[in-house]
Design a protein around this ligand. Structure first.
Ligand code: ADP
Length: 340
């Protein structure tokens, strides 16, 4: 907090107490006080210097000049050093002062953009199989009306596309359900060894189909954690299914379950497939992000599996780590709090 010349301490205290960045000016636009948040945003701010030395936005400077008793609001975007958007209110304060308050909208805008992108991505993902379904219906009514061999082939593809849409809708619903409950930490007792074995049993047919063997190595007798059993089943289903789908060329998957420190259980799912180049790793858990869209579609993926894993693990206050050496495979590690 920068102190004011004596006699103005009250207004300066007020500025310091503001939860947002706030600057107090004299009637001619000279800086009289500002708080720490304002200095973070505008490092060139100095007491007794014109505001225009620190902020160049002409719209804001104009509105300071014409400040009146009633507050007026404007939206400004500062582009340096990084782009940030603010809702700014400018109003008279006391007899001659002008108070400028900056409400940072950057995070809200980013969230809004993510929401819009998400809706656009989800619609696009649904539209692709839908267009293919409609196309086949038209063909079966028209040129292939009497071609029963072609019709049988089309029906198989239509079934696949329909199933893909159903999977997508299921994944979208799961995501929104998990997000809705994000603040409630699940606290049932769940035996992770049982969860992992159940998933391996369920995935055995597709592992066999791709000639992959799965080895489980529990280094602990009791791997009970606090959690939601259904959600943890989804986590290991997604990770082990991905290891089978994308890591099949490695022929082997190793799953280890061990104690991590005193309080946690660590489960590592390791495959020996092609792995993922380092630059893609941070994006794997983004919704709809896929290293290869074709490979993901061919294996029935929706691009939402790892986003679901991330959200479930976050809801459990656990940790997800992804490591990979291209050519040597991937390693997904999940850490969850042990149940005492
Ligand atoms: P998908 O439905 O495409 O499988 P995921 O969210 O589960 O969606 O995974 C996102 C992407 O991460 C996949 O499309 C794939 O490119 C990559 N990926 C996930 N697991 C592995 C793995 N074990 N080996 C190599 N790539 C993987």
């Amino acid at each position: 907090m920068q102190n004011l010349p004596s006699g103005r301490t009250t207004s300066a205290d007020l500025v310091a107490a503001y939860p947002h960045a706030a600057i107090l000016l004299d009637s001619d636009g000279t800086v009289m006080a500002f708080n720490a948040s304002a200095l973070l945003l505008f490092p060139l701010l100095h007491i007794n210097q014109p505001l225009s030395f620190a902020i160049r936005n002409p719209e804001l400077l104009d509105s300071v000049e014409s400040a009146g008793r009633t507050a007026h609001f404007l939206e400004i975007v500062e582009r340096f050093p990084v782009e940030r958007a603010f809702k700014v209110s400018v109003m008279q304060a006391g007899a001659t002062g002008i108070l400028v308050v900056f409400d940072d909208q950057t995070a809200d805008r980013r969230l809004e953009r993510m929401r819009v992108d998400f809706v656009a991505n989800a619609s696009h993902e649904l539209r692709t199989p839908l267009a293919s379904l409609l196309g086949f219906i038209e063909t079966m009514r028209g040129p292939a009306r009497n071609d029963f061999v072609a019709q049988a082939k089309f029906l198989t593809i239509m079934e696949q596309q329909g199933k893909r849409m159903a999977r997508l809708v299921d994944d979208l619903l799961s995501l929104s359900r998990i997000e809705m409950n994000a603040s409630i930490r699940p606290d049932d007792k769940v035996d992770l060894i049982g969860v992992v074995r159940q998933i391996i049993d369920a995935l055995k047919p597709i592992a066999r189909e791709r000639d992959v063997t799965i080895h489980v190595d529990p280094h602990v007798i009791d791997a009970t954690v606090l959690g939601d059993r259904d959600e943890l089943l989804r986590v290991f289903e997604n990770l082990i299914e991905n290891a089978i789908k994308y890591g099949a060329s490695g022929k082997r998957i190793d799953i280890t379950i061990r104690l991590q420190g005193e309080r946690d259980i660590l489960v590592v799912v390791r495959d020996y497939g092609p792995g993922v180049p380092a630059e893609y790793l941070p994006r794997l858990t983004e919704r709809f992000y896929r290293v290869s869209v074709v490979a993901s579609r061919e294996s029935g993926g929706t691009g939402l599996g790892l986003a679901i894993v991330k959200h479930i693990v976050a809801r459990h206050r656990g940790r997800l780590d992804i490591q990979s050496t291209p050519g040597e495979g991937c390693q997904f590690s999940i850490t969850l709090a042990r149940s005492e």
